[in-house]
Design a protein around this ligand. Sequence first.
Ligand SMILES: [Fe+2]
Length: 420
Amino acid sequence: MPLPHWEETPTDLPGAVREVKAALRAQIAASGRTVEEVFAVVERQVAGDVAEINAVRSRGETVWPVISYDDIESGTVSAADVAQLRKRGCLVVRGHFERSQALGWDAEIVRYVEENKFFENYRGPGDDFFGSVGSKPEIYPIYWSHPQMEARQSDRMARVQAFLNSQWKHTSEGVQWFDPERDSLYPDRIRRRPEGADSAGLGTHLDPGTLDLWMTQAYQQAFRHLFNGDVEKYDPWDAAYRTAGPQYPGSTMCSAFRTFQGWTALSDMAHDQGVLHTVPIPGAMAYLMLRPLLSDVPDDDMCEVTVNQVFPAGDKYHGLLMDAKAGIPDVRAGDSVWWHCDMIHSVAPVQDQKGWGNVMYIPAAPWCERNETYAASVRDAFRSGSSPSDFPAEHYERSWTGRFTESDLNDTGRRGLGLS
Ligand SMILES: [Fe+2]
C-alpha cells in the first residue's frame, strides 16, 4: 500500500503526523523487522562513528577534513582525503580565494552598504532565524553586491562546487538528477560580526526541510530505504528523488537543492570564537528520520519537528549524536567551509569576540529541476535588486547604486541564472 502523502502543508498537522507514522511503522514491519530492530542497526552504525570522532578528538587531531584549493584545481586530491570528506561530510577548502582578495571583498561590501546608507535605514532583523543583536545588524540582508556575485560566478567557486557535487551520485535509475558541473548561484546573505561582539550563537538544527521530509512523495522516495526497513541500503550521497519535489513553505525555507551548504570567510576566524559546528556524520540522517517512530515519542509528534521552524536536533531525542559535535579549525580570509545539506549544525556562542567574524554564504546548488524553477524568481530578484523569495521581503537594494548588473555577468553567471 502506498504511503499517505501531502504535497502541500496538511491542514491538520497532528492528524497527518499520526497517519504517516502509523503507515511508516506498518511498511517497515512488512519487511520482517520491527521499527526497533531497524533503528538499532542505524544506532549501532552511528554510535561507531561517534566513538571514532571522539577518539580522533582525544588524540588532539582535527575532526574536520581540510583540502587545499590548489589540489582541487590540479586534480591532485588524494584518495585518502576524498574518503575523509565522504566520511565526515564536511570540509574546509584552504586558500579557496587569495586572502587579499577576500579582505578586499569585505572592504568593498562595507563601502557598498555605507554608500547606500544601509545602517541609517536598517529596520531590524527581517526574521528571527539568527536572533536579534540590537540595532546594528550582523546578518546583512544583501544579495547583489559585486563581491558576492564575483565570488558566485568565479572559476574558483565553480571548480570547488563541481568537486563537491561529484561526491554525490547524480545519475541513477536512468535519470540524471542534477548536473554536477553547473551551479545555480543560490543567492544568500552576508554575516559581519564585529570584534567585541557577544552572540548567543545558533542551536543545533538542520536545514533540508521539516515535515515534508516524511510527508511528500518525493522525499518518501528519497528516503525509501529507511521507510521500507532496508536501512543498510540508505546512501546519504544518493540524490535520487531529491531534486524535483515540493517543499512546505516557511520563513526559513530553502527552495533549492543543495549538495553542500557553505560559506566563504571574509576575515580570519579562530576556532574558539563562536564558529560553526557540525555533527560530522552524513548517515545520521537515518537516525533523525527514524527516531520519531520509536514508542517513546507521542503519536502526533515528529520529535518536535514542525512546519515554519527549523528542524531541531538536541539532547531529548538525539543525545547520542550531540556527543559528536565538532567545530571548524582556525580559518583565514579566503578559506571556505562546507557541510552536507542534511547534517546537524550549530554556531557556538561567543563573548567579547576576538577579531571579526565575516562570511559570505555561498552553497553548492547544482542545476536540477528544483533549482531551475527557483532560478526564475532569482532572475527577477537580481534584475530589480530585490530580496530572493526564500528570504524575508526586505528589498534594501532595490534603490541602491553600485549593484552588480546583468552586463557584469560572465558565462558561469549567465548559466547559473538560466540566461544561457
Ligand atoms: Fe542552518
